[in-house]
Write a protein of this length. Structure first.
Length: 184
């Protein structure tokens, strides 16, 4: 399998940005495949593996307090944004946020990230690093199973995603407690 070196920028609010270069399958560096379910599945598996490899480093580089509530950090939320469509200079940003582990804090943090992405898309509508809506892609897995194919966001809060109605219904008892507070 042919590979391509890709820069992964791990962005932490507390200690800034650190970079790593990883060889990923060349088939992921493309302009055309970002809506293909097989592409998204391979991309997610690749990015999750790389993120897991650097999780301890991300945790150490993060604030010791949850960004949302100030409680002690239990884990880091790593949100990847793919710029692999920039085939001449592909990269992936991974936004790292410390969270306490409470569901409400994770959802608030995800909403903040989506707001930042929306702002970035408005500010940088063209091509290139930091480019906007047609050029970035948040990788948001199903809240229940982690699947990345045929994702549907919650229509109320738009912060969580599900692979189907079954998983949305399965998570509703937990999600409904925070959904209304996350609505935009």
């Amino acid at each position: 399998m042919e590979t391509c070196p890709v820069r992964f920028d791990f962005i932490t609010e507390f200690r800034g940005k650190f970079k790593h270069v990883h060889n990923i399958p060349r088939s992921l560096v493309t302009v055309d495949s970002q809506d293909d379910p097989a592409y998204l599945k391979e991309l997610m598996a690749t990015v999750q593996g790389i993120a897991a490899e650097h999780e301890a480093e991300c945790f150490a580089a993060s604030n010791t307090k949850c960004n949302s509530c100030g409680s002690p950090t239990v884990k880091v939320l790593m949100t990847p944004m793919s710029y692999l469509h920039l085939v001449d200079k592909p990269f992936v940003n991974i936004i790292v946020n410390p969270i306490c582990g409470k569901s409400i804090c994770e959802m608030r943090t995800r909403q903040e990230i989506q707001d930042i992405m929306a702002m970035t898309m408005r500010e940088f509508p063209g091509k290139g690093e930091g480019a906007g809506s047609r050029d970035t892609m948040e990788i948001l897995p199903c809240r229940v199973c982690g699947e990345t194919e045929k994702m549907m966001r919650c229509s109320r809060c738009k912060v969580v995603a599900y692979c189907g109605k079954e998983h949305q219904k399965a998570d509703w008892k937990v999600h409904k407690k925070i959904c209304a507070s996350l609505m935009r």
